[in-house]
Design a protein around this ligand. Structure first.
Ligand SMILES: Nc1ncnc2c1ncn2[C@@H]1O[C@H](COP(=O)(O)OP(=O)(O)OP(=O)(O)O)[C@@H](O)[C@H]1O
Ligand SMILES: [Mg+2]
Length: 429
């Protein structure tokens, strides 16, 4: 309604009546007529005052509405921001009400129960195993005592989660962070520290053994060549000396094995392969394994010899495991080249092959993963993972082919090292 059509008569029937009456009765009573005119004027005034008050109130209401709308929009923007933060979080987030029903879950949390309806359902209906795991106990404590609880939980799929459960409103908010990788890295570090300590110990023992060993070898030599010793005694001394030379060889190899190269040096790969085979000599004696060597005359490479020895010790150890007591082991070095995009890269290729058991497709897909092993009692599953790291450090590549076809089973590992590469210095002291 606008101000123009808001005549007092149109608004107030009493004014209209009074006005009609005044007109009809004017001729009859002029005093009354004057009073009525004054009355009408007063009413007009009152109406105008009412109108402006109503207008003022309407304006005030408009302003209050605008303020409310702004506050609601700010709240909505804040809620959106919060939602974006939880969606971007590296944690899975669940918000539960007092009846354990999921009120909110972020995308990462949703991925923990693929294909399942989550919202509105009780948490333990979605993840039944959690109810009787440590999670159930901790979450019930957080719900009942309204305290924050943080703990680690291992899920049936083998993942480790760092979990925090906190009271919010009359329900709970749960944050779960997958820490499986971090735990594996810690474990890896612990194991390699242990291995390094064992290596240092072996090295120092070998060093200590070396000196008396040399004296005993000398003494046996004297017995062997002494005039007073009988033939039988000489034969025994000879046998003892040859056994001791094996011990001495092992000690030397162990020392060489552990002595890590600090910086890259030119080494013949055939020498490295020979020294690894010498280390396995004891194991090979108890097996019917024929070792075939085919080495290029010029197979030297600038490398960290200790690290490279570790690679081939693992490849040869794996081959002997796969041979299970008998078969053939081939080792070959040759000059070759590889392609990096369209660039031809000259280098050395080393092949270690066996006609052992071969491996399944699943093993072939996972064998370079840390802790992947099919030898639950003897393997750590770190051998090839570490080897691949060393090869890549030298700018190289490793490939594997394997077959389990009966009668034609076996595995070929092919390692390629480029001749020109900035080999990093070893981390070892
Ligand atoms: N020559 C091979 N023939 C058949 N399987 C092999 C061969 N080499 C590796 N594998 C498979 O790959 C897996 C991973 O090898 P990797 O050397 O990393 O660990 P591992 O030998 O099991 O343990 P370790 O850490 O003691 O070396 C082995 O458990 C085995 O199943
Ligand atoms: Mg191994």
């Amino acid at each position: 309604m606008t101000e123009h059509n808001l005549t007092p008569e149109a608004v107030n029937p009493a004014i209209a009546n009074a006005s009609h009456r005044t007109q009809r009765e004017a001729a009859v009573n002029p005093i009354e007529y004057t009073q009525l005119i004054a009355e009408v004027a007063t009413l007009r005034l009152l109406l105008e005052v009412n109108e402006s008050t109503a207008l003022l109130q309407a304006q005030r209401a408009d302003r209050a509405m605008a303020r409310l709308r702004e506050a609601a929009e700010a709240r909505e923007a804040q809620a959106n921001q919060l939602r974006q933060v939880t969606e971007a979080s590296i944690d899975s987030v669940f918000v539960l009400d007092a009846a354990w029903r999921v009120q909110y879950v972020n995308a990462l949390g949703g991925a923990l129960a693929p294909g399942q309806e989550i919202l509105g359902r009780p948490l333990f209906d979605i993840f039944p195993y959690l109810e009787h795991a440590a999670f159930g106990r901790h979450a019930r404590q957080a719900m009942a005592e309204r305290v924050q609880v943080c703990f680690l939980e291992l899920c049936p799929a083998g993942q480790w989660f760092e979990i925090s459960v906190s009271p919010v409103g009359d329900g709970l908010v749960i944050f779960l962070r997958d820490v499986t990788n971090a735990r594996q890295q810690d474990e890896l570090l612990r194991r390699s520290e242990k291995l390094a300590a064992v290596g240092r110990l072996a090295s120092s023992i070998s060093h200590e053994i070396n000196n008396p060993l040399e004296s005993v070898v000398n003494l046996l030599y004297l017995i062997e060549h002494s005039d007073s010793a009988g033939d039988e005694m000489r034969t025994y001394a000879q046998l003892a000396a040859s056994e001791l030379s094996r011990v001495s060889h092992i000690v030397t190899q162990t020392l060489k094995f552990h002595r890590q190269s600090v910086s890259a040096q030119h080494s013949r790969l055939s020498d490295i392969l020979d020294s690894v085979i010498a280390l396995f000599q004891g194991r090979l004696l108890g097996m019917k394994v024929r070792v075939h060597r085919r080495f290029d005359a010029d197979d030297s490479l600038s490398c960290l010899a200790g690290d490279i020895r570790q690679v081939f010790a693992n490849l040869i150890g794996n081959a002997l495991d796969a041979l299970q007591g008998q078969g053939e082991l081939w080792m070959r070095t040759r000059r070759s080249c590889d392609w990096s995009g369209s660039e031809r890269v000259p280098g050395l290729r080393i092949t270690v092959a066996d006609n052992g058991s071969g491996m399944s497709d699943h093993t072939r897909r996972n064998l370079f993963e840390a802790f992947y092993t099919t030898k639950p009692n003897t393997g750590t599953g770190l051998g090839l993972w570490v080897s691949q790291g060393i090869i890549q450090n030298h700018g190289g590549r490793v490939r594997v082919r394997s077959s389990q076809r009966p009668g034609r089973s076996g595995t070929v590992f092919s390692v390629f090292f480029p001749l020109v590469h900035n080999t990093p210095d070893s981390d070892h002291p």
